[in-house]
Design a protein around this ligand. Sequence first.
Ligand code: GLU
Length: 510
Amino acid sequence: MERRVRVRFAPSPTGPLHMGGVRTALYNYLFARQHGGDFILRIEDTDSQRFVPGAEAYILESLKWCGITIDEGVNEGGPHAPYRQSERREIYLKYALDLVAAGQAYYAFDTPAELDALRAECEARGETFSYNHAVRETLATSLRLTPDEVQTRIDRGDQWVIRFRMPAGEEVHMHDLIRGDVTVNTATLDDKVLYKSADSLPTYHLANIVDDHLMEITHVIRGEEWLPSLPLHYLLYRAFGWSDTQPAFAHLPLLLKPTGKGKLSKRDGDKMGFPVFPLAWTSPEGETAHGYREDGYFAEAFVNMLALLGWNPGTEQEIFSMDQLIAQFSLERVGKSGARFNPEKARWFNAQYLRHKDNNELTALFLPILAGHGVTADPQTVARIVGLLKERATFVRDLWDLSWFFFRAPEEYDAKGVQKFWKGDNPARLTELRSLLAGLDDFTATALEPAVHDWVVTNGYSMGQVMNTFRLTMVGQSSGPAIFDICEIIGRDETLARIDRALAQLGQGA
Ligand code: GLU
């Protein structure tokens, strides 16, 4: 029988979620939704030393912002609750002990000082110490000590760990949905710690495999950095006798720096001025990092951009809604090699989403920015202005620089523009234009344009000279949206007042 698809995103709350982590969550989510399955959020917080307060809340908030909805998780609950590993701690010991009983794992009593000494000894010989098949029987382990000795040590409160007994030289044949077949010989692998008595907690490897099994996970989709752990995970499933229901694995390619060389890191963002985190973050120590949300990106644009960092739809299409991504995503089309992050492209996506947004929606986002500039304006007028300018903006905040002259008269005039156009007959033409505008019945852009055009042509004036001079008086600079739209929106009185002001300030010209 086909099993119901169940995937999980299993972050460790060790800091803010990197955009690569968000991509992992997104691909899991798309896969779950496409297959009508479940998306589970599990918090892997068994490494108490790396725990960072606030990180879990940050992760949850990031997923919410992206529109990634969770079926089972720390807040949602579910049939396998709790979903925070620190609250499941009593589950894991039994499984570790089962492996010891089956001869697949063993107790190790080496103290940190003893291990340091072993490491130092190896280093002195120019070697690196590895806790593996070659040494385990010579160390303080249950493989060498008698059962009585082991029990005595445990009873007297010695600290111990349980380590996996990695086979000495076995070819492990694995399959990855993105990378195909992978074979690794265990000769080079060490005996990973599965459980620690010091804090009565499992390590990542044990908790992860036990939970994926108990939570009936069918597909593990995660970052490439976990690929080296795959042989151990395969062998753990086998040791538990769970190989039949073991999940399928897919390891996603790394996100690379904009240069294409090396992994995208937090510092790249600081250096090159782009966020690597979905939301702004302040660490408990007060360190801050930029976030896409606070930097003005739309969640949909961020998600769209991320979806294409590693997955290729096989067509020219670049703009995808979440529903389209759910319909079209496939692991087969995820690349094996790293995906180069392009901050320019991220901005491009935002501009695309901005221009397709409804004017009223943009107005609601722009009004507070206007208020910040001391402007209160009628939302309907703002919606019109936004409609005229949205194709030129990347972020909502850009709209102010593009539109301020709708809300206040220019106080200065661009020097180059003045030099170029405030000369000869132009100021006199402007006085004539003022009379024309003052006398027109209809002050809409559609009426203004032909009226002014006719006047220019009838008098044999230069359209370029007249219109550029006029624009300078209206906006103080040589660029901006169509001038008659500006006139209509600011109205006749303001239009005339701006002409008067320019004439007063710049004089009648030479
Ligand atoms: N807790 C691991 C992490 O932080 C999960 C890895 C996995 O998905 O197996 O990435």
